[in-house]
Design a protein around this ligand. Structure first.
Ligand code: DX5
Ligand code: ZN
Length: 218
């Protein structure tokens, strides 16, 4: 499985998000990760579907929308219409996960399910048929620039032993130093926010790619 790089615009200049997406488009990245926060599921508020729609013309790469929102089922239609390719929702955010995940597919998007650091990985086992991606949070959601919580990688290992067909995405504290351990654990999608924007995204992502590729070279 080729490693998918999914840089997040969370750490970009919010006054110039269109430029940030265009820069990622020109860099070695596969998906563009949009961190949606509602001030309830997590304290900060970032942006919603209207922003996804405004950013859509700046890249043709898939928009990987990570909804850190309560009641995500109320947002699915809006994000699908805004041009989201993938929509990931949290186990902890809805009482009706099964129905919400079904609705993502019904709206023509790839569905993902996310778990916070304190959530057991077994919480996703019964919905694996409804998703093609599991997002394992490797920090507590809400903020960029935090340190990866190592024990979360154990959940990646457990999941990878169970499935070879799902994407396993790690999100939080991913950089050129931590990426190899995440890839070795079985992650194939790397989200990087602060690392991608702590310099020129093109150069930063090339560095992340080299670190991920090195795992497969003997
Ligand atoms: C955190 C977000 C992440 C964030 C990661 O709540 O879900 O996608 O952008 O940021 P870094 O890579 O800085 O940890
Ligand atoms: Zn995210």
């Amino acid at each position: 499985m080729k490693t998918v790089l999914a840089p997040s615009i969370l750490s970009a200049d919010f006054a110039a998000l269109g430029d940030a997406v265009a820069k990622l488009d020109a860099a070695d990245c596969d998906w563009i990760h949009l961190d949606v926060m509602d001030g309830t599921f997590v304290p900060p508020i970032t942006f919603g579907a209207q922003m996804a729609s405004a950013l859509r013309p700046f890249s043709r790469k898939p928009f990987d929308c990570h909804l850190m929102v309560a009641h995500p089922e109320t947002q699915v239609e809006q994000f699908a219409s805004a041009g989201a390719d993938r929509i990931t929702i949290h186990v902890e955010a809805t009482q009706h996960l099964h129905r919400a995940l079904e609705s993502i597919r019904e709206h023509g998007c790839a569905a993902g399910v996310a778990i916070n650091p304190a959530t057991p990985v077994s919480m996703v086992f019964d919905v694996l048929d409804l998703v093609d991606l599991v997002l394992v949070m490797t920090v507590n959601p809400g903020w960029g620039g935090q340190k990866l919580i190592e024990p979360c990688l154990e959940k990646v290992r457990t999941l990878r032993a169970r499935t070879s067909t799902h994407h396993i995405e790690v999100d939080g504290g991913i950089n050129d130093v931590t990426a190899p351990a995440a890839v070795r654990a079985g992650a194939d999608v790397l989200v990087a926010g602060s690392f991608a924007f702590s310099g020129e995204p093109k150069e930063r992502l090339a560095k992340l790619r080299r670190a991920a590729c090195a795992v497969f070279e003997v």
